[in-house]
Design a protein around this ligand. Structure first.
Ligand code: C2O
Ligand code: CU
Length: 533
């Protein structure tokens, strides 16, 4: 009986010459390597496909940053410590908290109450090309929400007919986690006919904005956003009457590019106008609601940058011949003075806010070459935390690799070399001082945004911050740059930490800072209807 011929004969025919035997080996080797490569790529594809429903907490490899939690985590998984000894059974098991329980005091009545109704509709801004977009209470931007420090803000968001569902995220406001508006992480998307009530206390002061965090890429571009301004409480105490030099005029300037590349400020193409008298001091709250950084510059006045991302700067000085760069998602409050004749123009590429008496004119000018460097602007002041005594140190290293993301082949963003569920999940405990090094070798800049916390910039490329404490919630990290930032983990929850170039978040540049012991009942994935990016 003949034995069956092997699929891949292990030896060449005896009669072959040495040369042809080598060729034979090379061909066989090539065939085997080809099969292995196909199998490997197939496995990578298969392994990247996400289940129809999954938890955000499974989308990352826990990284404890050298702090507490590693032991309890290992114990929970029945692991043995590196020293070979079993982790003590008495290791403290963190108490569990569920995201929906992390709310503002439910018994406290609201001081400010707003209703927002979201609609999908054809939008026609004055002078603009109509586009299929979204409105809130019939307009885009949505209404500016204003509250005073200490007030409880309650916003009822209704979805009239936005098919994908909606949410509202309060960008830069360190709200309780259940109010953060991230579909699939802190709540379910609000589907047509449904409503969700957001409640938070205005503990911060400054310029913020709100936007959809369900299908956020198409929905924010299409108009689901608005400004949120939190004013300082005025002291009723006679001794500390009025704050020094309150600006006479307070102007919101929400910069937004609608579909078709139509750049606007407060929904107006080209010039929008803010009334002010000669000599008036004006606080202009610039909000970059786009996915890429923008420069802003001023003609007709010098300016000072009073605040960035809802944090006042200390000792801001007059700036001339420089622009100020505003990160995607970021804000800068600039102070200008209306001249005795003419007007002030606050300009961004493609749009302007003209401030002055009706009819007053000021020419456009081209962008200044130099940008103000916030790393050295203003005066140093105590920072209120000690980075040298950090409880955890993390690395958030942005790169780019070919691979599969949920079964889709592409050239995806990576975090610490990981993609999809391979990214780090930054685990913290309440009260931790956390230092994070955010570096970028991905070939493109990224506006990085951490929810629920503010980051203090410690250094850039090893150069320490030498100006005012510079707190951000949105930070541009250019290709080749490395920032060291610090934050205090004082707001328990599961918090997105992602790129605010919104398509990039959908392309993998997204992870979470999660508190040990906090769980979420909400699910992501194609079967859930939740799609935060
Ligand atoms: Cu402005 Cu994750 O958002
Ligand atoms: Cu990005």
């Amino acid at each position: 009986m003949r034995s069956p011929r092997p699929l891949l004969p292990v030896l060449p025919p005896r009669t072959a010459s040495a040369k042809s035997r080598w060729a034979w080996f090379a061909r066989r080797l090539g065939a085997v390597l080809g099969l292995v490569a196909i199998a490997l790529v197939g496995w990578m594809w298969w392994a990247s496909v996400l289940p129809g429903s999954y938890s955000a907490l499974d989308m990352g490899v826990p990284d404890f940053g050298g702090g507490a939690g590693s032991d309890t985590h290992a114990a929970a998984h029945g692991h043995v410590s590196a020293a070979g000894t079993a982790v003590a059974a008495s290791a403290p098991v963190a108490e569990q908290t569920s995201v929906p329980d992390l709310t503002a005091d439910p018994d406290r009545p609201a001081d400010v109450r707003v209703e927002l109704t979201a609609r999908a509709e054809r939008v026609t801004l004055p002078g603009a090309e109509p586009f299929d977009g979204f409105t809130l209470n019939g307009s885009t931007p949505g209404p500016t929400i204003r509250a005073t420090e200490g007030q409880l803000v309650e916003v009822v968001l209704r979805n009239d007919d936005v098919p994908a569902g909606v949410t509202a995220h309060w960008h830069g406001v360190d709200v309780p986690n259940a109010m953060d508006g991230v579909a699939g992480v802190t709540q379910d998307a609000v589907m047509p006919g449904e409503a969700f009530t957001y409640r938070f206390v205005a503990e911060q002061v400054g310029t913020f904005w709100y936007h959809a965090h369900q299908a956020s890429h198409p929905q924010v571009v299409g108009g689901l956003f608005g400004a949120l301004i939190l004013d300082p409480a005025t002291e009723t105490d006679a001794a500390t009457a009025v704050p020094a030099n309150p600006p006479a005029v307070d102007a919101v300037a929400a910069i937004h590019t609608y579909p078709g590349g139509q750049r606007t400020i407060n929904g107006a193409l080209e010039d929008s106008h803010q009334d002010a008298a000669p000599g008036d001091i004006v606080r202009v709250r610039l909000i970059n609601t786009d996915s890429t950084p923008t420069s802003a510059w001023v003609t007709g006045s010098s300016f000072r940058v009073l605040a960035v991302d809802g944090h006042d700067l200390v000792g801001p000085t007059d700036v001339a011949d420089h622009g100020v760069q505003i990160t995607a998602g970021g804000r800068a409050d600039v102070e200008v003075r209306v001249p005795e004749s003419g007007a002030v123009r606050v300009q961004v590429p493609g749009a302007s806010l003209v401030i002055g008496p009706d009819g007053a004119h000021v020419d456009q000018v081209s962008a200044p070459r130099d940008q103000l460097d916030l790393l050295s602007y203003g005066e140093p002041a105590p920072i209120g935390l000690d980075p040298a005594a950090a409880d955890r140190r993390f690395t958030y290293d942005i790169g780019r690799l070919p691979g599969f993301l949920d079964g889709r082949p592409g050239y995806w963003w990576t975090i610490n070399g990981g993609l999809g569920a391979g990214v780090p999940m930054y685990m913290v405990d309440e009260g931790d001082v956390v230092v994070m090094t955010v570096s970028n070798s991905s070939g493109e800049g990224h506006p990085m945004h951490l929810h629920g916390h503010h980051l203090l910039v410690l250094s850039r490329d090893g150069v320490p911050s030498s100006g005012s404490p510079w707190w951000v919630d949105s930070l541009d990290v250019a290709h080749g740059e490395s920032y060291e930032v610090a934050f205090i983990a004082d707001n328990p929850g599961v918090w997105m930490d992602h790129c605010h170039n919104l398509p990039h978040a959908a392309e993998g540049l997204m992870t979470h800072v999660a508190y040990n012991g906090v769980t979420t009942p909400f699910r992501l994935g194609r079967d859930t209807g939740n799609d935060p990016e």
